[in-house]
Design a protein around this ligand. Structure first.
Ligand SMILES: Cc1cc2nc3c(=O)[nH]c(=O)nc-3n(C[C@H](O)[C@H](O)[C@H](O)COP(=O)(O)OP(=O)(O)OC[C@H]3O[C@@H](n4cnc5c(N)ncnc54)[C@H](O)[C@@H]3O)c2cc1C
Length: 349
């Protein structure tokens, strides 16, 4: 376990604690109050806030340095919303260092695997960390619009500043950090693949055209694949969710049952997926609300069930409303996520 302490001086606890109660409420976190200490518990670790003379003392505990850093960023993110921003002092700050959750990866190849999908292979030092059920990560590349960007490498890395915050490069060096998914990984051979669905106007799509072997990019993460799934599972998603569905289907026990429905605008993007015999995989054309219609047509068991749905925002919202309000699924029985949003001016698909 890793621990770090901090102090906020010259502040009334009542000016700060409600911000953390609200944070806990939003994220549905476990909160405990004992004496002068409020404790927040979450997947990444715990945050204790204790009212002390003239201010607050903080104690953050996490399994490793990366999670501890994420907790620190979370705390500062909450404080930065207050007016005036309370001054927080960490017992130690590794100013000038790279954020511990950033891996610098080298591209070893990019290939077109189907009409609208490019597979990127990267290698990096701490790849074993991603092999332990790693699922999603933030891809860190140049944020410049395709017409202005040149080369595939990141020019300047984010660093930890004197206050402990991540300082992101600005101007021409600013960085884009969309979320992608591990598709295949071999720590023994030292490579990891991720698939990019090519779409009109996408900065990552354009990056896959100009990048090549030797380019250096950033990866931040990963989040973890959920293992303890019930006996019946359903996975529904579009092209952007295909890598995650592939990872889940491969991780299921041999006796799992359920369904997977994948919607593609172009069915030539269909892939061979490894899955248990009891999970039926169906490919559908991505038109109108086809995924939501497929969800509504499913016969869900009354218990021991889990529905995972990921697609464009409007579809994800419809799916969440229907699962929760019409079918009465609880939070632990479903995971519905927006994987991308149509821009206001409209996208090509
Ligand atoms: C948890 C998670 C995991 C994901 N995993 C993957 C993955 O493995 N592979 C993958 O390809 N995507 C994945 N995505 C989706 C990806 O992060 C988004 O599509 C992201 O917007 C791509 O960034 P961009 O730079 O290409 O687009 P931007 O430059 O940010 O946006 C440019 C334009 O493209 C539009 N746009 C964004 N995505 C799409 C789309 N899919 N179709 C049509 N228009 C779009 C935007 O509305 C905007 O107008 C994932 C998303 C999440 C949340």
């Amino acid at each position: 376990m890793q621990t770090i302490h901090a102090q906020i001086n010259d502040v009334l606890p009542a000016a700060v604690l409600p911000a953390f109660s609200e944070f806990a409420r939003l994220l549905d976190l476990e909160v405990a109050t004992e004496g002068e200490t409020m404790s927040l518990k979450m997947f990444s670790g715990s945050i204790d806030l204790t009212a002390a003379k003239g201010g607050l003392s903080l104690r953050l505990v996490a399994e490793n340095e990366r999670r501890l850093y994420l907790l620190q960023q979370m705390v500062m993110g909450r404080l930065d919303r207050l007016e005036p921003v309370p001054q927080l002092e960490w017992e130690r700050v590794d100013a000038g260092a790279l954020p511990p959750n950033l891996s610098i990866a080298t591209v070893t190849g990019i290939r077109q695997i189907s009409p609208n999908v490019r597979r990127v292979r990267v290698t990096f030092a701490d790849i074993a960390r991603y092999a332990e059920d790693g699922l999603h990560f933030r891809l860190v590349i140049s944020a410049l619009p395709p017409a202005q960007a040149s080369g595939g490498s990141v020019r300047e890395w984010p660093v930890i500043d004197a206050s402990g915050r991540t300082r992101w490069p600005e101007g021409d060096a600013s960085l884009h950090r969309p979320v992608y998914t591990v598709r295949e990984i071999s720590p023994a051979e030292g490579w990891m693949d991720f698939d990019v669905y090519i779409h009109h106007g996408g900065r990552v799509s354009a990056w896959t055209e100009r990048a090549g072997a030797g380019d250096r990019i950033g990866l931040m993460g990963p989040t973890q694949l959920k293992r303890d799934l019930p006996g019946w599972v359903a996975f529904l998603g579009d092209e952007t969710a295909l890598p995650a569905i592939a990872m889940y289907l491969r991780s299921l026990p041999a006796d799992a049952s359920g369904q997977a429905v994948i919607a593609c605008a172009d069915l030539a993007d269909l892939q061979d997926l490894t899955h248990p015999e009891g999970v039926q995989v169906t490919w559908i054309q991505r038109i109108d609300s086809a995924l939501v219609s497929a969800l509504k047509a499913m016969t869900l068991p009354a218990s021991d069930r889990y529905v995972w749905f990921a697609a464009e925002r409007a579809e994800a919202e419809q799916a969440r409303d229907w699962l929760r309000d019409t079918r009465g699924l609880t939070k632990t029985e479903m995971n519905v996520t927006t994987f991308w949003s149509r821009s206001e001016i409209g996208d090509s698909i």
